[in-house]
Design a protein around this ligand. Structure first.
Ligand SMILES: N[C@@H](CCC(=O)N[C@@H](CS)C(=O)NCC(=O)O)C(=O)O
Length: 200
């Protein structure tokens, strides 16, 4: 069995779904969390100066969703057909579009611009994207976003939506199907055990 090591900061951020996928599969992995205060000194040691990175038997890979897709495939979390996989990918990439609206706020140094980005996130991006995601989740008969079984899209959505709610409490309150998805994922025994150990 290969050895897996995930390196990121000590936050959910853009690595939480990778941790969820590995935990869901009961796959042992080294969960390395760097101190963000020390990051400027460490940055040059990492490809492109960015995290997360994922090591498989010492070989280094970057890009969170390339890593997530690879692992999802190993564990059968990629949809049951090519068409389902396409649905999963479309949802994941659309979620990245929304999440970029959140990260832009954290990268913006100018206070006024930051407030404008936050306004745009709360008044435009969240309502537009979450309404559509809610419709998709509400239509599901399985309780999962795509098809009849869990995919990494569910793990990606649940971890990201929980992060949105943590940053902007109440943001999910008008979206019961999305809230139910977060709860359903957080109650999967292996995910629950992971969250109890690391966060909650
Ligand atoms: N598209 C990349 C984005 C990587 C990225 O921007 N990572 C951020 C953390 S969320 C980072 O390393 N920031 C530290 C820096 O740029 O110095 C991915 O999905 O992995």
């Amino acid at each position: 069995m290969p050895s897996y090591k995930l390196t990121y900061f000590d936050i959910p951020g853009i690595a939480q779904h990778i941790r969820y996928i590995l935990s869901y599969a009961n796959q042992p992995f080294e969960d390395v969390r760097l101190n963000s205060k020390e990051w400027p000194k460490l940055k040059e040691n990492y490809p492109y100066g960015k995290l997360p990175i994922f090591e498989i038997d010492g070989k280094v890979f970057n890009q969170s969703n390339a890593i997530a897709r690879y692992l999802a495939k190993q564990y059968g979390l990629n949809g049951k057909s090519d068409l389902e996989t396409l649905e999963v990918e479309c949802l994941a990439d659309t979620l990245v579009d929304l999440r970029n609206g959140l990260s832009a706020i954290f990268y913006e140094k100018d206070g006024e611009k930051q407030r404008e980005l936050t306004r745009n996130l709360l008044q435009n991006l969240f309502p537009t994207y979450l309404k559509k995601f809610e419709e998709i989740a509400a239509k599901s008969t399985s309780g999962w976003l795509v098809g009849s079984q869990i995919t990494w899209a569910d793990l990606f959505f649940a971890s990201s939506l929980a992060l949105f709610e943590e940053k902007f409490p109440g943001v999910l309150k008008s979206y019961p199907a999305l809230t139910a998805l977060v709860e359903k994922v957080e109650n999967i025994p292996s995910i629950k055990a992971y969250l109890e150990k690391h966060q909650k």
